[in-house]
Design a protein around this ligand. Structure first.
Ligand code: MN
Length: 167
């Protein structure tokens, strides 16, 4: 599988002005659990950024109404550019004039896994494969968010997905 690059992420930002991490490529310990984070982002419009660690980066979606806590509630999730792994710990102010200007806070974080595949080593390939195909089922182990979730791509061109809680 082609390594994911942070080029788009870096092009959008001026790291002399924002304190967001530039990010570096990293090799992941295969035995470590995968991380997820939900960041509350008070920008031009309040939204929640949902990020899943896969192969050293964070696959990212902006969820305007937030990740659902109740079953069967479907929420729009707009896929954003890949973010660096270090971004999972980012909180604070993004200066005016910069991309995403406003305030970021960590709303929830924890670990996650593929809903069907148990094998730790093969997880990430399978997760990326499922994302390329447009449907991923996964289990969140966070404080606010727990249980099985689905991400389903509905409009490829607009990067539109739906996220809902299955159980
Ligand atoms: Mn955001």
């Amino acid at each position: 599988m082609k390594p994911t690059l942070l080029r788009i992420y870096r092009e959008k930002r001026d790291f002399t002005l924002t304190s967001e991490p530039r990010g570096k490529s990293r090799k992941r310990q295969q035995t470590k659990s995968l991380s997820f984070v939900v960041q509350k982002h008070q920008s031009y419009q309040l939204h929640y950024d949902f990020r899943l660690e896969v192969q050293g980066i964070l696959k990212s979606w902006a969820v305007p109404k937030g990740i659902p806590n109740a079953k069967k509630l479907k929420r729009l999730a707009v896929m954003a550019e890949d973010h660096p792994y270090e971004y999972r710990n980012f909180k604070g102010r993004i200066p005016a004039g910069q991309y995403g200007a406003g305030f970021v806070d960590i709303f929830d974080q924890g670990t996650y896994e593929h809903a069907e595949l148990q094998d730790q080593i093969q997880q990430e390939d399978k997760i990326l494969h499922d994302l390329h195909r447009g449907k991923l089922s996964f289990v969140l182990h966070g404080k606010k968010f727990q249980g099985t979730y689905v991400l389903l791509r509905i409009k490829t061109k607009e990067n539109q997905w739906l996220i809902w809680k299955l159980m």
